[in-house]
Design a binder for this molecule. Structure first.
Ligand SMILES: O=C(O)c1cccc(C(=O)CC[C@H]2O[C@@H](n3cnc4c(=O)[nH]cnc43)[C@H](O)[C@@H]2O)c1
Length: 213
């Protein structure tokens, strides 16, 4: 398969890049097992992700796009460093406020806010399947966390996932998303984040499993 491997930052997939592409060049096609892999670093957030994917997917065909990165978990029964597969991802901020109520873009009948992973290509290993939200502002306030739990009850959050699924759906490219938990969604405390563990586990998974998809 020809696979587009998509991450927001170089750091999130640095160990994988160092193993397979020590002289990293974004135009290069890497051979990993039987697959041809192209790596795309989009930059953090939905705008950067949608632009980068829109541009590339209009010019080149892929059998699969795989979004990988770190994420925050709303649930403490998911361990820091645990891998999850996002099956559904929601643009939770897209809509309108009506005083205390939030009206989603879908409720406004102005577009979709929920996007899903590929129903055709499946991973062989059994990662926990989760619902994610994609945000511009990382939750770090107890009231806003309670509000989003009441409204959507997501399992994890990222800053790119739903934009990634959206761009792939528009370009009719099969899409999967794997995240490794670096932190819990809580009142902001960067000291509680374990980026090293999350990046190491994510890259170990990539190195061991990408060839088997
Ligand atoms: O220090 C901060 O407050 C801060 C503000 C914005 C972004 C960051 C990141 O380090 C995020 C980078 C990257 O990681 C993903 N991520 C990881 N944990 C979370 C989270 O709890 N909520 C949302 N996104 C998260 C995200 O996809 C970014 O690409 C730090």
């Amino acid at each position: 398969m020809k696979i587009l491997l998509v991450a927001a930052t170089y750091q999130e997939i640095e160990p994988f890049i160092k193993k397979y592409a020590p002289k990293f060049n974004a135009d290069e096609l890497l051979k990993v097992g039987k697959h041809d892999i192209k790596i795309m670093i989009t930059g953090v957030g939905m705008v950067a992700t949608a632009y980068a994917l829109g541009k590339t997917l209009a010019q080149e065909n892929f059998d699969l796009a795989l979004n990988v990165g770190i994420a925050g978990s709303f649930y403490r029964n998911i361990k820091l460093g645990q891998l999850v597969e996002v099956r559904e991802d929601i643009l939770s901020e897209l809509g309108a406020e009506d005083d205390e109520e939030f009206i989603s873009l879908e409720q406004l009948e102005m577009g979709e806010v929920e996007f899903r992973a590929s129903e055709k290509i499946f991973l062989k290993d059994n990662l926990r399947k989760v619902t994610a939200i994609t945000v511009n502002t990382v939750h770090g306030n107890e009231d806003s966390i309670e509000e989003i739990r009441d409204r959507i009850n997501p399992t994890i959050e990222t800053m790119e996932g739903a934009a990634f699924f959206y761009a792939c759906e528009e370009a009719q490219v099969e899409a999967l998303q794997i995240r490794c938990i670096s932190n819990y969604v809580e009142k902001r405390n960067r000291e509680n984040w374990n980026l090293v563990l999350a990046v190491n586990n994510l890259n170990e998974w990539l190195i061991n499993n990408l060839k088997n998809i």
